[in-house]
Design a binder for this molecule. Sequence first.
Ligand code: SF4
Ligand code: SF4
Length: 189
Amino acid sequence: MKAIEEFKKILDKFDAKYQELADYYNFECERCGQCCNQPVPINSPFEVLLLQEYFDKLDKVVQEKIIRRARTYKREIERRVYVKPSSFLDFCRFFLGFGLEEEKLAGIQCPLLEDDLCMLYKARPIACRKYGVPAKRRPTLPPCFSSDKKIDKKVSWLPLHMEVRKLEKKYGYDDKFSMLLPEALLMFS
Ligand code: SF4
Ligand code: SF4
């Protein structure tokens, strides 16, 4: 089986686990697009390969629009991240590397968001697939989670991430991989 097909099978498991939790909490994504206004991490080369597969199928004009937006996003990241810490608290967090970057990057719209919908929804990264339901390593609730149910069922995504890692090793991707989604998109230009 082609590596990317094996990867898609693991993604199906992420989606199934998400659905199990969503059903349990009676949570339905309202497709408001709010979660698409924060940085999306990519931690596997397979996520990039899958995005490319779907990106290549898009109309040239749409592809160019996405690349333009990705460039703007990258410039905005650089502008925000390299700005000096503005308070003593920022200063401490800057040196401890705690939280500041994520806060600084919040509110920048994902280049793939169009009319509150994802243009590459079927290829969306793992981080996007997990968003919206409570999990073990996320004690705080995402802003969209609205349910009167007690948070009494949590899951760990770790076993599925381990499956991805195993697949990477099988296909010779040994190095740690980390980038933001717009950076991955710029690789297609
Ligand atoms: S997961 Fe939440 S924030 Fe994201 S689109 Fe759905 S309801 Fe909105
Ligand atoms: S890839 Fe799609 S789902 Fe993920 S943040 Fe971007 S628009 Fe939203």
